[in-house]
Design a protein. Structure first.
Length: 193
């Protein structure tokens, strides 16, 4: 019994390291995504690389598209602003909320490099955005960070189903590219602490 308890303790300490040592395989693209979605996701990934390159935040980017044109874009800037709410999605909505009315938000599509967290889902809901396309699933990049997936994960589709049932969510899309961006950032940040 003592040996089993010790083994369980050792596994609880080292399991996150084992999880992050092997990058997770990319999930297949959501078949509902289009070639146009791929174009705008590529831009969201470019914006996700920017805060890593500039040292201003974590690797997340978002673009808002209306009628095939980007009308707003934003990169995570939590580090630079010391504001934990400056995720790509919440930052975009905050920065452009006074310039974009609710009707425009409702007609637009938000492309985000990674699946929106619950905070970002709330901002998306209250902005009135009805279409979201994400690149990397939250569970996948959490594995890179070293976080073990929760027993009962709450993904963005479920959040929107419960709080804004008319919101259409598509993704993952081009997840291999998104995972590669996360792999260049999180191991270096985690080893600094």
């Amino acid at each position: 019994m003592k040996l089993l308890r010790r083994l369980a303790l050792v596994l609880s300490v080292f399991a996150p390291l084992l999880v992050s040592a092997t990058p997770p395989p990319a999930l297949p693209d959501d078949p509902a995504c289009t070639a146009e979605d791929r174009t705008f996701m590529a831009r969201a990934y470019e914006l996700a690389r920017k805060p890593v390159r500039d040292g201003t935040g974590a690797p997340f980017g978002a673009v808002l598209v209306l009628d095939g044109k980007i009308i707003a874009e934003y990169s995570n800037c939590e580090v630079a602003t010391h504001d934990p709410t400056k995720h790509a999605e919440t930052g975009l909505i905050s920065a452009f909320g006074a310039k974009i009315d609710r009707a425009t938000f409702a007609r637009a599509t938000l492309y985000t490099s990674s699946e929106p967290c619950t905070m970002c889902c709330g901002a998306i809901r209250f902005a009135g955005i009805r279409q979201v396309v994400y690149g990397t699933t939250e569970a996948q990049f959490e594995r890179i960070i070293g976080d073990a997936p929760p027993a009962h994960p709450l993904d963005s589709r479920e959040v929107f189903t419960r709080t804004a049932p008319g919101t259409v969510v598509r993704g993952p899309l081009m997840e291999a590219e998104g995972l590669a961006i996360h792999e260049t950032y999180w191991p270096t940040v985690l080893h600094r602490h």
